[in-house]
Design a protein around this ligand. Sequence first.
Ligand code: PGA
Length: 263
Amino acid sequence: MRVPIIAGNWKMNKTIGEAVEFVEALKAETASAQNVEIIVCPPYTAIHKVAKKTAESNIRVAAQDVFWKEQGAYTSQVAPNMLLDAGCTYSIIGHSETRGRFGKEDMSPAQFAFFAENDETVNAKVHAALAAGLKPIMCCGETISERRAGKTDSIIQTQVEKGLAGLSPEQAAGMVIAYEPVWAIGTGEVCDTPEANRVCGMIRAKVRAMFGDGAANSVRIQYGGSVKPDNAQELLSQPDIDGALVGGASLKVADFVAIVKSA
Ligand code: PGA
């Protein structure tokens, strides 16, 4: 059986003090939660403090990104072993926001071009993370225009195929893949439950085709995109949805706890 995995992606929110306050409350509220993996993804600045505060608990810490080199002249980047050293167990890789997959109304085109993650960099990051012992949460998702053009399945399959290229079946088995339709991120517009489950099932089928039954049965596939306390239970009850990657609703303890409890 796959253990459900609920991750709260805080994005660029919370100071160290706010992050510590959050996890103290989360720890108290989820101390008896069993058979669910709880993850918080603070900004880099708060990772170490949050990891220390959650060390003796059932809460794990993820970074929101990682670089593929071990060390060197890469100003601003953070290596997998540095994240492990700071207390991370996981890292998000290839979020649609870092891929520049949706427009930021408050940015110029040149500013928006800063977000340029692609399948090849995602793949390099996945390999580097796994080699160091950091577990990837690799994101994929289609835009609304791709969905309207009937390209959802081919876009997702390509992202999964390129993102996981070159892994061993054992490495693939330990992956977490987050299916996040771009049009559902931060919009309040959630993907229909049967459709979310269908795409997650298609991702599992792709993993099966690439790596075999063992990997397909073990890989955990999350749905993300406007997951809230009132839709979490329905989404999480689907056979191919093994968890949730939660943005906005992970910023409030009560909402995040309600989603954890639905799992
Ligand atoms: P959201 O974000 O829950 O606010 O839609 C999800 C994500 O970006 O991971």
